[in-house]
Design a protein around this ligand. Structure first.
Ligand SMILES: [Zn+2]
Length: 237
């Protein structure tokens, strides 16, 4: 006789880039194992691969291609999975930011379920470079956002920008970037002035991000301060 099958609850989640709520299940021992193996190895690319694999396993919505989700939705998804699977509350050690001399650390409890994406109202995916030329950008996926450790910050920004240009508009003419070579695209970006390139970077700086704000009082120096947590890493103290 077969062993009993343990049934697990399912939950719903709204991602920023998906127009409907998606169903998922918490992660199980097999996913925990995938995660721990990757964390033990400590390589960022393995942790990213494990994160995507776990999300694929737990996502019960066939219309979702995890590979194509923007990096921030992957982070939001994983944070919710973790909250449902391991527990809603995590304790994070906040270092004192008041003075350099204070080495006080404060444990701050964060409810993962309360964390959402911070949306910037000035964020737009159509960037006007000149009176004639406009660029349409798309969100980077998590593979794009994961840069080799040896890469310089400038190279990373350049590569992410290159990967996220969807089309270039010249008055009414739309150039779909897929019709052009990588070299042509690089030449285009290289021909921009700093202010124009800055506008493109502004898109990435203002895209949705995981953020949590709270307050704590440093037990060592007694000063009250704000705790700001951003990005998936910061929630796993
Ligand atoms: Zn302090």
């Amino acid at each position: 006789m077969a062993l009993p099958v343990v049934s697990n609850p399912t939950y719903e989640l709204k991602l920023h880039s998906v127009d409907h709520k998606i169903k998922y299940r918490p992660f199980l021992v097999k996913e925990e194992k995938i995660l721990l193996t990757a964390l033990e190895g400590g390589l960022t690319e393995d942790i990213v691969r494990a994160t995507k694999e776990i999300i694929s396993n737990c996502c019960l919505d066939d219309s979702i291609d995890v590979q194509k989700l923007p990096a921030f939705d992957i982070e939001l998804f994983f944070l919710n999975l973790r909250a449902r699977s391991v527990g809603e509350t995590v304790e994070i050690q906040m270092a004192c930011q008041k003075t350099k001399d204070c080495e006080g650390e404060t444990p701050v409890k964060v409810n993962l379920e309360k964390i959402g994406l911070e949306i910037n109202k000035d964020h737009t995916d159509e960037i006007k470079l000149t009176n004639k030329i406009k660029v349409k950008l798309k969100y980077p996926d998590i593979d794009r956002m994961t840069r080799p450790p040896e890469e310089s910050q400038m190279d990373s920004i350049f590569e992410i920008t290159k990967a996220c240009i969807e089309s270039i508009w010249e008055d009414d003419e739309i150039h779909d970037i897929r019709d052009y070579t990588e070299q042509e695209l690089e030449d285009f970006i290289m021909s921009l002035n700093q202010q124009q390139f800055g506008k493109l970077i502004g898109y990435f700086n203002t895209m949705p991000k995981l953020k949590h704000k709270g307050e704590f009082t440093c037990p060592t120096c007694g000063s009250k301060q704000e705790s700001v947590l951003e990005g998936l890493q910061s929630f796993f103290g």
